[in-house]
Design a protein around this ligand. Structure first.
Ligand code: PGA
Length: 246
C-alpha cells in the first residue's frame, strides 16, 4: 500500500473542502486506486467538518499535530489526541520540522506518539536532517537519534514514518534518487532494529510535485509521499498520483 498525504499547514477554510471533493472524485474513478490511500491533514478548525463529510468516502482525515497529553487538561490553546479522535479524525502527524523548530523535543514527541496511539490515531512520524546537519555529514546520526529516541516496538501497526529533509521543505531542492535510496534503506534498517519483522512504511516529503515525483518514483523503497505546497491544489495533487503511476 502506498500513501499520498496532503499537509495543508496553515491553509484552509470550510469551503476549501471543494479541493478534497475533487480529489475524492478522481480517486473513485482511478484504475490504480486499490494500490494507494489518500490522507489529508487540514488545520484543527476543519477536522470535524471534513471528518464528517469524508466518513464513508475515500479520503482519510488527520491532524497536523497533537498535544503531549491524553484527554483534557488546563493547557490554553492545546488540542489532545482524545479531542482529535473524538471529532472523527483517524491520523495525526507528529514531529513535523515546523514543530520541532518551535521546540518539540524527542521526549515531547514520544509522549505525543504514545497518547495518539492510545487514542486509536495512526501516527505519521516525521523525521529529517537540516541543512547544517547535512553539510556536516550528520544525516544518518540525526535520523537514528530521531527514530530510536521516540519509536518503540509496541507502536507497530500504528506508525508510518515520513522522511522529510528540512532543507527540501518548500524550497524546490530535492535529494538525488541515489541519495534518497541510500537514506531510505538506512531508515528501514534502523526501523528493522526497532520493530523486527513489522517495519512501518517510509514516505518521502519535501518539494514533492508532479515533476519531482518522476525522479522519486525510481526509488522503490519509498512507500509514498507527504506533500505540502502541492496539496493545496486538487490538480497539482492529482498530477502527483497520475505521474507516479504513469
Ligand atoms: P512541501 O512541504 O511539499 O511544500 O515541501 C512538505 C511538508 O512540509 O510536509
Amino acid at each position: 500500500m502506498k500513501y499520498f498525504i496532503g499537509n495543508w499547514k496553515m491553509f484552509g477554510s470550510p469551503k476549501s473542502i471543494n479541493i478534497l471533493k475533487k480529489i475524492n472524485l478522481f480517486y473513485t474513478k482511478d484504475k490504480n486506486r486499490k494500490k494507494y490511500r489518500i490522507i489529508f491533514t487540514p488545520p484543527y478548525t476543519l477536522l470535524q467538518n471534513y471528518s464528517n463529510y469524508f466518513k464513508n468516502k475515500k479520503i482519510f482525515i488527520g491532524s497536523q499535530n497533537c498535544y503531549q497529553k491524553d484527554k483534557f487538561s488546563s493547557n490554553t490553546g492545546a488540542i489532545s489526541p482524545y479531542m482529535i479522535k473524538s471529532v472523527g479524525a483517524k491520523y495525526t502527524l507528529v514531529g513535523h520540522s515546523d514543530n520541532r523548530i518551535e521546540g518539540d523535543t524527542d521526549l515531547m514527541l514520544k509522549k505525543k506518539v504514545n497518547y495518539a496511539i492510545k487514542n486509536n490515531l495512526r501516527v505519521v512520524f516525521c523525521i529529517g536532517e537540516n541543512k547544517t546537519e547535512k553539510k556536516n555529514k550528520k544525516t544518518f546520526q540525526v535520523l537514528k537519534r530521531q527514530l530510536t529516541n521516540v519509536l518503540e516496538k509496541k507502536f507497530y501497526n500504528n506508525i508510518i514514518v515520513a522522511y522529510e529533509p528540512v532543507w527540501s521543505i518548500g524550497t524546490g531542492e530535492i535529494p538525488s534518487s541515489q541519495n534518497l535510496k541510500e537514506t531510505t534503506i538506512y531508515i528501514k534498517k534502523i526501523l528493522k532494529n526497532i520493530f523486527r519483522s513489522n517495519t512501518p512504511s517510509v514516505l518521502y516529503g519535501g518539494s514533492v510535485d508532479g515533476l519531482s515525483v518522476q525522479s522519486f518514483k525510481e526509488v522503490k523503497e519509498i512507500d509514498g509521499f507527504l506533500v505540502g505546497g502541492a496539496s493545496k491544489s486538487s490538480k497539482k495533487f492529482i498530477d502527483i498520483i497520475k505521474n507516479y503511476y504513469r
